[in-house]
Design a protein around this ligand. Structure first.
Ligand code: ZN
Length: 144
């Protein structure tokens, strides 16, 4: 494969080398390749379009805010065919609602948008995983 040279601060190289040793990577290149793949996956949403995704959406709101609870229940019902699982728990003084969705990017984006636009929701976070890529990153890195 082609070789590229990159510059980075000395302290970053030190941390890179420590990570390489701690996690048994074969070298700096392997760590950098994996980091780049992770970044591309995160920011290139084009790559996720048209693919079946697992989406994990977490919602945090003040304990027992009934307007939010009603809204989230409504959302769950509206997306019944896409919601694989939900979990409700409590952290500190907050309710934490976790949704596991199985849908395409557009559906998950709409879902996240509706949660974000809900009044009194404190934070909304999500992560996406393309179901057809499960296991591929591991295969690539372990064979190089
Ligand atoms: Zn609660």
């Amino acid at each position: 494969m082609p070789v590229v040279s990159i510059s980075m601060p000395a302290d970053l190289i030190e941390r890179l080398d420590a990570l390489t040793a701690e996690h048994d990577y074969t070298g700096r290149s392997e760590v950098v390749r994996e980091g780049v793949r992770t970044l591309l996956e995160e920011f290139e949403n084009d790559r996720l379009e048209g693919r079946e995704l697992a989406g994990i959406v977490s919602v945090l709101y003040d304990f027992g805010t009934q307007s939010v609870e009603r809204r989230l229940t409504q959302l769950r019902h509206d997306h019944e065919e896409h919601v694989a699982s939900t979990l409700h728990g409590h952290v500190d003084d907050y309710c934490l609602e976790l949704f596991v969705l199985e849908a395409d990017l557009e559906t998950i984006s709409q879902f996240v948008g509706r949660v974000r636009s809900t009044e009194d929701v404190q934070t909304v976070d999500y992560s996406l995983l393309a179901l057809d890529s499960v296991g591929q990153l591991r295969d690539v890195t372990s064979s190089s």
